[in-house]
Design a binder for this molecule. Structure first.
Ligand code: PAF
Length: 277
């Protein structure tokens, strides 16, 4: 497994590769969710490149950029075991050299949900992902469905800017009790870890109501909100029932809907989602 730190080296190596290249962009501190992306990329490509870069530009002021968990040695050992060919691990200066001033803005679909709570987040995500695509030039890029809005934004960017690659969505990996895997789960105390299950319970409630014939988006949202509010450690950021492509809120769920939510448990902000229909 080659570990590469510069854009020039990555480009040089890419020019020597033939066959399909799969890219898994990550911010490191890998868990089973990331490894699922890597395994899928491994099955589907001749060469697998994983990037590890904690991207400062997608964190707002007051967010956890400085304290975001990092363990590059452990990450590299895990990736080696998965048979990854190349790890691209650039420094901040390599990705954002002095004078950097070009950004990718995806409009409309970035305004609500995560975009409303985390101003500028998707500008940072779209910009770094675009840069990674330009540097690695993958044929396929793998992203988890857990970050549902991120996935919609990246697909939009790829389509709008005619980027020559396929975006592959990989289902969310969950702990035994249903909690979606996330690097931020490590912030939770044992009590908060139990309380965090309320996200999964709320999603299941939405599915149950919908399967029983409830088609009112407002009613499903209300029931989910009531359930979460009964958990004293949880504070709702948003509960959304939206169109899976436009991300516009739905008052009626007559076809597919993306149910997503962001909830603070203690100081940790968690997100999760499920698709109905
Ligand atoms: O999902 C993530 O870990 C990040 O948002 C990504 C796609 C690696 C961009 O920094």
């Amino acid at each position: 497994m080659k570990v590469i730190a510069t854009v020039a080296e990555m480009r040089e190596l890419r020019s020597q590769l033939s066959g399909s290249v799969g890219l898994v962009p990550t911010m490191g501190y890998l868990h089973q969710g990331h490894l699922e992306l890597v395994r899928r990329a491994r099955r589907e490509n001749q060469t697998v490149v994983v990037s590890i870069f904690v991207n400062s530009t997608q964190f707002g002021s007051g967010e956890d950029f400085a304290t975001y968990p990092r363990d590059p040695e452990r990450d590299l050992a895990l990736l080696e075991k998965e048979g990854v060919d190349v790890v691209f691990m650039p420094s901040a200066e390599e990705m954002y050299p002095e004078g950097f001033s070009s950004w990718v803005e995806v409009e409309k679909i970035t305004e609500g949900l995560e975009g409303a709570s985390r101003r500028g987040h998707f500008r940072g995500v779209a910009t770094v992902v675009c840069k990674l695509f330009n540097i690695v030039q993958p044929d396929e890029a793998y992203f988890g469905q857990k970050d549902a809005q991120q996935l919609v934004v990246i697909k939009r960017m790829v389509s709008d800017l005619n980027m020559n690659l396929e975006v592959v969505a990989v289902p969310t990996v969950r702990e035994h009790d249903g909690l979606a895997m996330s690097s931020r789960n490590t912030y939770l105390s044992p009590e908060e870890r139990k309380a965090a299950l309320v996200l999964w319970k709320a999603l299941n409630l939405a599915q149950e109501l919908w399967q029983k014939g409830e088609k009112s988006g407002d009613r499903i949202r209300e029931e989910m909100t009531c359930l979460i509010e009964r958990e004293p450690r949880a504070r709702i950021d948003y509960v959304s029932i939206a169109d899976p492509d436009s991300l516009e809120e739905l008052s009626e769920v007559d076809h597919a809907a993306l149910v997503s939510l962001a909830v603070r448990v203690g100081k940790t902000r968690l997100i999760d989602n499920m698709t109905l229909g």
